[in-house]
Design a protein around this ligand. Structure first.
Ligand code: C2E
Ligand code: MG
Ligand code: MG
Length: 684
């Protein structure tokens, strides 16, 4: 406004001063100039509306004032009136121009705002692209995206690698069939494309697996896009598949002979019994036990024993029909479900059993040795001898005993008088087999306590057999039976599985210790059993401890040592149990890097004897030097605890801290009271 007034002021002064003073012609020129100046200046300044008004008013107002108030002549009044009407017209012009300017400014503002927004959007898009590229590059799977015309829109390096495609030849925009022009996996790529597109459009998603000739398995998952195309992820699941099939194999097959294992045999027996109930089929269960196998194993070693078992399995397979199910049930015990059809007779089964015995009794070549073993068979028939799995197995078992005790290499069918003939030991063995079959062996847990903190660090899993009529049978009775009868591996697997399952529910800092018998090392693949137990329950390796006794070293040093090393590599800790009884050779402590040594409970009973104290004290020093954790078993009194603490023993186990108790009765709470040397109530 000040600029407007300043620019207008000279003209205003000029007009006011010279009007009425000049001759007519110059006066007209003056008026014309003032009018022209006010018009052009106002229009120019109309972008800033008020300054244009001020400019116009400053020039024209003195003309009007002088015409009307000073000169008061008729002609001048006319001039004043014309000036007023001209001023009004000019006012209108200024108004129109100002509006035009304002509109234009608003348009420019909007344009620049939208330019800024477009720029920001572009940055956003670039950022999103970058994030998408990063995700594509770093995702573990291959990714491909095709549009509705089957043209490649996006893909990553992993996608090319999985299918062996070259980054030089694959470009976005290529048709699906051109991307895979060189493939030989599917006979007709267009057909393949149509078939999966049909599946995706029907459901909105789909998936399938592709197996390459080199064994690689790719899992492809498709999802429909809004533009009619699809996005797919491609994952190499070869390792997972291998692992799953390994687990599946371990769960159902014996790893040495590839025959069905006890689990699969059990399942098939139940299936066959169910079928029998539906359509009255008949079948036989044969149990076969090798004679003299142990002698071969002891004389020629485990490798020879393994090779013999494999050859026996091959001969069984070659003798039976495809529909029958052969299985390895334990160390040298085999089973067979023989589906005989409705026209079965005892004769047919007996002939099959004899054929098996003859096949198994023929000489074997093992290395450069010729070996001969024998075979006994026991048979129970469905439905003649029963229609329940445990009943049939028990009866086949009794028949097998009869065969073994009546001179071997023979076949016995079950009959009622066999039950009466069997002695107590045999009956217990058969019942133990039944109990394992029905998974009736329970597991009790006994705490192993840190003597300085009083906290439970480990619980030891101990097998418990509650017999229906004889009551609780101690492990000292049934473990040796299981070992002799070749049932120890099954017992071990059962205890391991239950212990791993229960340990999953215990606090994370508690380890579970499982006893593995030397016989189990000899009779089965301990490492596989452990891997299976962990994989099946998801228990972390570092929460499992294996307790072995020195007898593991007596049998077959190198093989068992290798097994222990494999277990240790898995991250499982190994404890030497019952140290101080038997040979207790110090060399065992250096033969293998044990994590723990457990001093047998027979030791602590004599802790008050000077010699015992001295030996214990040197074991404490030795264990420190060898970096071994020391556990003393059988701690029953506060006095014993006091002695152990003063000797610097780390861990203790015994009735003082808790008797073995079922999982449901365990208490992992603070056991600080033992630190105060008080007697603690047992967990049992
Ligand atoms: P172990 O591994 O040395 O187990 C410790 C044994 O000592 C257990 O006997 C336990 O109840 C007993 N014990 C613990 N504290 C005391 C105490 O303060 N005083 C006395 N007198 N005894 C105590 P259990 O359960 O009868 O087991 C005996 C053995 O049977 C075990 O000795 C172990 O060698 C074997 N065993 C138990 N369960 C299994 C299993 O699942 N597999 C294998 N292979 N062996 C097992
Ligand atoms: Mg033990
Ligand atoms: Mg022990």
């Amino acid at each position: 406004m000040i600029v407007g007034a300043t620019l207008a002021a000279p003209w205003s002064v000029l007009a006011y001063w010279l009007l009425g003073e000049l001759p007519q012609q110059p006066e007209l020129i003056l008026i014309a100039l003032c009018v022209g100046m006010s018009a052009s200046g106002s229009v120019l300044l109309s972008a800033t509306y008020p300054s244009a008004i001020v400019y116009m008013m400053v020039i024209l107002t003195p003309v009007v004032v002088k015409c009307f108030l000073v000169l008061e002549d008729g002609e001048y009044r006319l001039l004043g009136a014309l000036t007023i009407s001209y001023g009004l017209f000019l006012l209108n012009c200024i108004h129109v121009c100002a509006k035009l300017f304002a509109d234009r400014n608003r348009a420019i503002d909007e344009l620049s705002r939208s330019l800024v927004e477009t720029k920001a959007a572009k940055l956003d898009i670039e950022e999103a692209h970058k994030r998408f590229d990063d995700a594509l590059r770093n995702m573990p799977q291959g990714l491909s995206m095709f549009d509705g015309d089957d043209r490649l829109v996006a893909f990553n390096r992993q996608y090319l690698d999985i299918y062996g495609l070259s980054p030089e030849t694959v470009r976005t925009g290529m048709k699906f069939q051109d991307v895979f022009a060189d493939q030989t996996l599917v006979p007709d790529i267009i057909d393949y494309l149509h078939s999966f597109k049909k599946r995706i459009s029907a459901l909105g998603y789909s998936n399938n697996t592709v197996t390459f000739p080199d064994g690689r398995v790719i899992y492809i998952s498709y999802a429909l896009n809004s533009n009619g195309g699809w996005v797919a992820t491609h994952e190499d699941i070869t390792q997972r598949k291998l692992f799953e099939s390994r687990i599946e194999q371990l769960a159902h097959f014996d790893s040495l002979t590839n025959l069905a294992n006890r689990n699969l045999f059990k399942d098939r027996l139940e299936e066959e019994l169910a079928r029998h109930r539906r359509i009255q089929t008949e079948f036989a269960v044969l149990l076969l036990d090798l004679d003299r196998f142990k002698a071969v194993n002891d004389a020629l070693g485990h490798h020879a024993g393994d090779s013999l078992l494999q050859q026996v399995a091959d001969r069984i397979r070659a003798t039976i029909r495809e529909v029958d199910l052969p299985a390895r049930l334990g160390g040298d015990e085999f089973g067979l479900i023989a589906l005989t059809g409705q026209s079965s007779s005892k004769n047919t089964i007996s002939m099959l059993a004899m054929r098996l015995i003859n096949a198994i009794s023929a000489p074997y070549e093992i290395g450069d040795r010729s070996v001969v073993i024998g075979c006994s068979a026991g048979i129970a028939l469905v439905p003649t001898h029963g229609e329940r799995a445990d009943e049939i197995l028990r009866k086949a078992d009794l028949a097998l005993y009869e065969s073994k005790s009546s001179g071997k290499n023979c076949v016995t069918f079950y009959s009622d008088d066999l039950a009466a003939k069997a002695d107590q030991r045999n009956i217990l063995e058969i019942e133990l087999r039944d109990a394992l079959w029905r998974e009736e062996i329970e597991v009790a847990y006994q705490p192993i306590v840190n003597l300085s903190s009083g906290r439970v660090e480990v619980v030891e899993a101990l097998a418990r057999w509650q017999h229906s009529t004889l009551g609780m049978i101690p492990p000292s009775v049934f473990i040796p039976i299981a070992e002799e009868a070749g049932l120890i591996a099954d017992l071990g697997v059962l205890v391991l599985a239950k212990a791993c399952r229960d340990a999953k529910k215990m606090p994370d800092h508690i380890k579970v210790a499982v006893n593995l018998s030397a016989a189990q090392f000899a009779k089965s693949d301990v490492v596989e059993a452990v891997i299976f137990g962990l994989a099946d329950t998801g228990l972390l390796e570092n929460r499992l401890e294996i307790e072995i006794t020195e007898s593991v070293f007596l049998a077959d040093d190198s093989r068992n040592l290798k097994t222990l090393e494999q277990l240790r590599k898995l991250g499982i800790s190994i404890a030497l149990d019952d140290f101080g009884v038997g040979y207790s050779s110090l060399s065992y402590l250096t033969a293998f890097p044990f994590d723990k040594v457990k001093i047998d409970k027979s030791f602590i009973a004599n802790i008050d004897r000077r010699e015992t104290g001295a030996v214990l004290s040197s074991i404490v020093h030795l264990s420190k030097a060898l970096n071994l954790t020391l556990v003393v078993e059988g701690v029953e009194t506060a006095h014993q605890l006091e002695e152990l603490r003063s000797l610097g023993v780390t861990l203790g186990q015994g009735y003082l801290f808790g008797k073995p108790a079922p999982f449901s009765e365990l208490d992992f709470g603070s056991r600080a009271s033992i630190v105060g040397h008080e007697t603690v109530s047992s967990a049992a």
